[in-house]
Design a protein around this ligand. Structure first.
Ligand code: NAP
Length: 379
């Protein structure tokens, strides 16, 4: 009798908790909005910026008048001269449940787009320590939120000085892709003379990875499609595998390091072509063109299988999240200044053509970087 009552109460409590959670979820969903909904009047100090008010395809991206940002005490205001696109920008727009959980249930909370920025310091916040070395007029590059705009704000720790003979377009192409290539190759612990394979060698990250691996003295094999064979050779690849004709995991060649931007082969296939103590660096899951379902499968594999395998075998699968690092960004700028690294820029677009650039990126076959230039002509 007592047991029956306990079961009855437990059932009722679970049911109540379920109803309350559904109700709370419903409220959270309808409350999650963005400033596009709150827009009532014209901005008092307007600037042009790219925004996405809804999730969807690149069609949702619009050039609009928005309020010019004001730096907080600890921020730097940049007059943007160039910005570049990353696979992340294409992923963020998509109507995917993971995006809704991270960026806003009903609509994206933050409607700004673009992380990689290069421009001129317009103003610094009131806190002189936080502004660091920067003063108005300095030419800088780094990482921010909302680079696809006439002005953007960011923190001193995310900016470095632009070398004088590096263009704004080149500088804007460096941050996320360059840091991802550099930090990933470091995880691979590359030694001169080692055999390194770069899978996905012709996108933003891959074109930097091929050149950095070469500069470290590696013998580089690049994997790309037919139309990009000449491109990867021109940036220094020693060998090229055209993935439309040949599967690199089926060859007899062994690699000390695989830098994998695509993750389109199983762990056992990749282990087959790694040396006995080889390292596979898991950089990405297929660039801007990867479909949501594929991406989720690859992320889950990286999270669960990679760690397990690395604990039980001498072959390692290394995953990492790219970190903003001033010394790394300075190093990349210096390599470009010295002519040892050449950013591959497929095309530059004006700010009002940013939706077209995003469509091109989303198609999944960008050759190097797509750069947006920003100036008076974008008005
Ligand atoms: N770990 C991190 O913290 C971090 C940070 C930044 C980026 N990432 C990831 O790094 C990856 C690469 O980014 P990205 O900016 O370079 O992307 P991207 O510019 O969109 O490049 C995609 C490239 O992948 C190539 N590709 C597509 N299918 C391929 C296949 N089956 N085999 C070989 N190559 C293939 C394409 O070359 P073709 O045109 O020749 O097919 C294209 O050049 C993304 O998944 C991104 O999310 C990770």
């Amino acid at each position: 009798m007592k047991l029956k009552r306990i079961l009855k109460w437990t059932g009722a409590t679970i049911l109540l908790a379920l109803i309350l959670s559904i109700f709370a979820g419903f409220i959270a969903y309808w409350r999650s909005t963005n400033e596009c909904d709150r827009k009532t009047s014209v901005p008092s100090n307007p600037m042009k910026a790219i925004r996405y008010c809804e999730y969807g395809s690149p069609e949702v991206v619009k050039l609009e008048d928005v309020e010019k940002p004001v730096p907080t005490d600890n921020q730097v205001l940049i007059k943007v001269r160039a910005a570049s696109l990353n696979a992340l920008d294409a992923y963020m727009i998509r109507d995917a449940w993971l995006n809704r959980l991270i960026f806003g249930l009903r609509k994206p909370r933050d409607t700004r787009l673009g992380r990689d920025v290069a421009g001129v310091v317009e103003a610094v916040g009131k806190n002189p320590a936080a502004a660091g070395q920067f003063k108005p007029g300095d030419e800088v590059f780094g990482i921010c939120r909302g680079a696809l705009a006439e002005y953007a704000v960011t923190f001193e720790r995310a900016l470095v000085m632009k070398p004088a003979n590096v263009t704004f377009e080149q500088a804007a192409s460096i941050p996320l892709a360059g840091l991802t290539a550099l930090q990933g190759l470091r995880n691979g612990n590359i030694q001169a003379g080692q055999k390194v394979l770069i899978n996905g060698a012709t996108g933003g990250v891959g074109t930097f990875a091929v050149q950095i691996a070469k500069s470290l003295g590696a013998e580089v094999t690049a994997v790309c499609s037919t139309r990009n064979v000449d491109l990867v050779r021109s940036i220094g690849a020693d060998h090229v595998i055209d993935y439309t004709k040949e599967d690199f995991t089926k060859s007899d060649q062994r690699y000390d390091v695989i830098f994998d931007n695509v993750a389109n082969h199983s762990f056992s296939e990749r282990r087959r072509v790694l040396t006995t103590k080889g390292i596979c660096v898991l950089a990405g899951m297929g660039g801007a063109g990867v479909k949501e379902g594929q991406a989720l499968g690859r992320i889950a594999g990286n999270l669960f299988i990679a760690r397990g395998l690395s604990s039980f075998t001498n072959q390692k699968f290394a995953q990492y999240i790219t970190k903003m690092s001033k010394p790394d960004l300075i190093l990349l700028g210096e390599l470009i200044q010295a002519g040892k690294l050449r950013p591959v820029i497929e095309r530059t677009y004006k700010l009002n053509d940013a939706p077209e650039a995003l469509r091109q990126l989303d198609a999944g076959h960008a050759r190097g970087k797509l750069v947006i230039t920003i100036g008076e002509e974008s008005r």
